[in-house]
Write a protein that binds this ligand. Sequence first.
Ligand SMILES: [Zn+2]
Length: 296
Amino acid sequence: MCGNTRLKLTLRLRDRNLMTCPDCGVKSTDRVGETAEIADYYTEVQAHHGKADGDAVEEGSGPLAAIARGQADWIEDLCGPRRFGSFLEVGCSRGHLLEEMEVRGWTVSGIDVSRSSTEEARTRCKDAAVYCGQPGDPDAPFAPESFDRMAMYDVLAHLVDPKDTLRKAAAYLKPGGHLVMSSCNESWTLVPWMLRAFALFPKRTADLRDEMYEGQHYCYFSIDNIGRLLEEVGLELVRVEPLQPLSTRYFVHQYSPKRRFALLAMVRLDRMLGSSRKMLVLARKPGRAVGSSSPT
Ligand SMILES: [Zn+2]
């Protein structure tokens, strides 16, 4: 993030390394996927983030709709109870949150790299402008400074160039507008302990390590450095707090007993420590839109 290229090796993963920047503390992997490959991945694996565990994920009224209600509630909790205006979700996946926000009175738009997901989102939300691609693409149908609120749930860690993508996404936000996002939190109390365990017992901890650092995640921010990222893309940090992963509430029944036990034990420990593997972030674009009634 800060431009320092002398990164410190933190952990060896299966076919790449996890590196830490000694200056800003951001962790990243030394190998990332090609943009086209990544789009293909998300097109083939529609329900990412472990949401594909088992085939029990139902359409419509299933856990994804429940998660969307939770995510919409976070937006109202953080930004205020307003139920009108223009809303953009970056990484809208199959459109469950777009649908929920539409029900709540918002004019909704979405953007995602997955062709199959955006197709499904268009079917789910007939009036939504859903674009398949990346923020800042020349053919993206969104005007600069045109959205009152934006959400970016569990997207940040997947970005190959987080600063660039976030800057381009932030350009769509009106002055005074809000961005709500969630991501992994490397300030989690257990991270140093886990890194030590991963290094000492690589075989026995492989499953947990994979869950934390493998897959489609390329960069890891924290409660301590997310403000700097926001500042560099022209946003200001309003609030950041630990967030209990929604998967622990909505998908835990699909996990194996061993994994379920580990996950629930972790949630309990988190509550005691007041910390969490994930964080919920509220950012604001400086300035005030003319005629804006957005709460600040
Ligand atoms: Zn750095």
